[in-house]
Each structure stands twice: as C-alpha cells, then as structure tokens.
Design a protein around this ligand. Structure first.
Ligand SMILES: [Zn+2]
Length: 479
C-alpha cells in the first residue's frame, strides 16, 4: 500500500499551507491556506488548487490561521461540497476569519478596479481585464456550511473512506493557538495501515491562555513545520517584565506604542499580559486600544471556549473575572474611532492588525507614528519576506506606507518570546518521541535557510532522511 503526497503550499515558504494526500482512491487536503505576499503573485498562486474541487473527498484543517484556512472559500467557489473537519474552537474562529478575509478580497478587487478606471480615464491600461475578487462573502458562507467540528483525540473516519480503505484522522493539541492541532493520519489499503503525522504549526510551552503542545503521536512519516528552524527564541517567562520596561520607557519619552499583531491569538495574549501588568501596577494605567474589528470578534470566541484555556488563564479569570480586559481596554469597531486615535496627545498603546503590517488599520497608525523617535513600534510575531513588517524589523531607514516613502525614526523592538511557533530546539524536542519509528521527514512551512539548518540538525541528531519539497512536488510513501 502507499500514500501519494503532493505538496502544494507552504512548500519552501511560510504561507499558503496545503498538502494533498491520496490513498485507495481517496483524496484529502490537509489545510487550505491563503498564500500571502506580493499582490499579483498571491493572486496567481491562490487561484490554483492542488486538484479539481470535484475530485476531493475531504478536507482536514489544522487550525484557523488564515495561511492555513484562508483559501477554503475558493474551494467552495470552485464547487467543493464535501466535509471540512476541524476542532469546535477552530469552527468559531474560522467563521470570523473567513468573513473578514472575503471582505479584504472584495475591497482589494474594488481598489484595483477604481485605480484602473482612473488610469483608463487618462488613456492608460486600455485593454486590462476586469478584476474579480478571489472569492466573495457568499463563497465564505458556503465554505462554513461544510464545517464539521471534531474534538481532540476522537478518531474521525473521513467521508468516502471505509474501515479497510482510505483515511482516519485524530487530532492532538498543538499548543499554537486556540483550537490548534497536529493531525495523525492513518491511511489504509489492502489490509495495511500507514501512519503519517502532520504537525500543523507546533506551539510552545508556557504561552499565555492556551495549553502546552501535546506529545506527538507515533508514526512512520512526518510533515513538520520549520518556521523557526534556524532560530532560538528567548524563554517565555521574562516577557512580561520586558513588556513592562518597554511600556514604561515609551511613557517616559512621551510617545505612544503601536503593536502590529495578528488579530487571532497574539492580540488576546498581549491584552492579557497588559491587563495583568496594570493590575499589578507595573505599568501606568494608560489607554489601551485594540483596533481591529476582527480581533474584537475573535476575542468573543476566546471567551466562549474556556475549555481550551490553560490553568493560568482560568486562575486569572477567577481573580480578575475578565482576562481579556473588556472593562479596562477599549475595543474599537468603527473607522471613526480608529481615526480619532491619531489626534491623541497622551501616551497610549494601540494593538492593531495585520500582524505583518501588510494591510488593515495598523497602516494608519504606523503612518502616524514611524517618523517620531518618541514612539515605539513593537513587533510581536514573524515577519515574512517582502512585507512592511520585515522592513521595520530590519530598521530600514526608509519604509513605504500606502506607497509613500517615510523615514523610520521611531524606536523598534520585538517580543519574539510570544511567538506561537516552536523554535529549533523546541521542534527537535517535539519530534523526539516519534523519531525512532520515523522513516522520512518532510519539512514544510519555512523559508529555505530555516529549512536547511533544521534538516541538518534532524539528520545529525536522529539520523533520518529529510526532504524539503517544492510546490507541486510529489512523493509516494508506504510499505
Ligand atoms: Zn498558525
């Protein structure tokens, strides 16, 4: 028997996670993420699926982040009507995130359309074709109707599969974000079973709110992420103190803080830490704004899924009754409220999406902040190549915001400690219990440097065969 694998997204890059498995005539997609990057390239990549939607039997989602879930509406648009399996928390998160993503796609298409019309009115771009959004709100709703919630540790026979032929999946806590999983895939054919683990995004111990990653289940094949395959994070423990120091220093300087953060996960973690710091009087009680409608909606999902919280969040909730700071923090929904922040002349903190500064309201706050050395831009997560966030982290003297060059004179710091991704050592530790039984490891979800470094470490430590597939590469594994 064998499983045929095709790597389609997050192959030698960190975005657009999607892998196609086939066994006994059954086709399964692990993740269906959105590729994020330069507009034209992103559009081209996102509009091609690994296989025609009609051939697909089932989709399994590791977690809700848009680079893992964001292309599901396109799948629905192209006619997929089978089930999409995920944890109950992921169902609720995805409903918010896909609606938001569809809205971004629609606004983006409208923006290009308007720009073309302007250019056309002066005789340019005459023959350019009309721009359609990658997918619409209706496509997103269509995809949501296919969601099937499945709890952790509960084996799920996939649609189309039987007890002797096809796939069963079981999910384990990945400790990366609310509802995140690593997936054990059992493929059966001719009385034989092959076990493959898809790591999803591997989290870290001690992260606020969520539980620590579970031990990886035993398998013969592993598809593992490698985002930080060449890096070591600072330990999570001292991050609160560091955050307090950064806030206090900026307040003394009379500046404000802009924190670009992923609306899902990072924002809620930072909010909880800031809330704790205020309660402990470690930082002054300055205004804190969460300026992202998606973050506001997602915070409601975090409140609802208490079963996903770790012990620390439960304790804090029992003491403060309000771990996400609804009473103290300002959650901003309207554009007017968001714009009003630009006029504030007192120290404040604004947390806003997108996390890589590519779109969203954070751009307005950055535009209003980067040229003043009193202010602090505090980066909270991974910044991919060719993003504004990467240019800021690299402290380039000039950055482009809304196409306009601006001098980067604000302070820049980062709290990588809160990264939701395991670093090199943590990835090696996570796979350790399964290493002995493994026959092959496929590294995905990493840039080439990170992958090559991690590959060398795995080969050295565990004497395993490691492959870093490119988009479209096919492999056959099994007995
Ligand atoms: Zn993720």
């Amino acid at each position: 028997m064998s499983i045929r694998l095709q790597f389609w997204g997050a192959a030698q890059t960190v975005t657009g996670s999607s892998h196609h498995l086939e066994c006994a005539g059954q086709h399964v997609l692990l993740d269906c993420g959105l590729f994020q990057g330069r507009r034209q390239q992103a559009r081209e990549i996102n509009s091609q699926l690994a296989l025609p939607a009609a051939q697909l039997n089932a989709v399994v989602l590791s977690h809700a982040h848009i680079d893992h879930s964001g292309n599901l509406p396109l799948l629905a648009k192209q006619g997929y009507r089978g089930p999409i399996y995920m944890t109950p928390a992921t169902v609720d998160l995805c409903e918010q995130m896909l609606k938001d993503s569809a809205h971004i796609q629609e606004s983006d298409a409208e923006f290009i359309h308007k720009r073309r019309n302007r250019r056309r009115s002066v005789g340019l771009d005459e023959g350019a074709p009309a721009v359609e959004p990658l997918y619409s709100q209706e496509d997103a709703v269509q995809a949501m109707e296919l969601f099937i919630p499945v709890k952790l540790h509960q084996p799920q026979l996939l649609a189309g599969s039987t007890a002797d032929a096809g796939f069963t999946v079981t999910s384990y806590d990945a400790g990366h974000m609310l509802g995140s999983t690593c997936v054990l895939v059992e493929a059966r054919e001719q009385g034989q079973t092959t076990r493959l683990v898809f790591s999803g995004d591997v989290g870290r111990k001690q992260l606020p709110i969520i539980r620590d990653p579970e031990a990886a289940p035993a398998a013969e094949y592993l598809i593992m992420e490698s985002t930080y395959g060449n890096r070591l994070h600072q330990p999570v423990g001292p991050v609160k103190k560091k955050l307090a120091n950064l806030v206090n220093r900026t307040v003394q300087n009379g500046g404000h803080i802009v924190m670009p953060a992923f609306a899902v996960g990072r924002t809620q973690q930072v909010v909880m830490l800031l809330h704790e710091l205020i309660n402990e009087k470690a930082i002054p009680d300055i205004p804190i704004f969460v300026d992202s409608p998606l973050a506001v909606n997602v915070t409601d999902v975090f409140r609802k899924h208490e079963e996903e919280w770790d012990e620390g969040a439960r304790q804090f909730a029992s003491l403060a009754q309000d771990p996400f700071g609804w009473q103290r923090l300002r959650y901003i929904r309207t554009v007017e409220e968001s714009k009003a922040l630009n006029g504030l002349r007192v120290p404040f903190i604004v947390i806003s999406a997108s996390g890589m500064c590519e779109a969203g309201r954070v751009l307005h706050h950055l535009k209003n902040s980067v040229e003043n050395p009193r202010n602090l831009v505090l980066i909270t997560g991974f910044q991919a190549q060719n993003t504004l966030g990467r240019a800021i982290v690299q402290r380039q003297p000039e950055v482009k915001i809304f196409g306009e060059p601006m001098r980067l004179r604000a302070q820049v710091d980062s709290i990588g400690e809160l990264s939701g991704h395991a670093d090199q050592r943590e990835l090696l530790q996570w796979m350790e219990p399964m290493a002995r039984a493994l026959k092959k490891v496929f590294l995905v979800h990493g840039e080439p440097d990170a992958q090559q470094t991690l590959k060398a470490e795995i080969e050295k430590l565990y004497k395993l065969d490691v492959i870093c597939p490119k988009r479209g590469d096919r492999y056959e594994v099994g007995r």
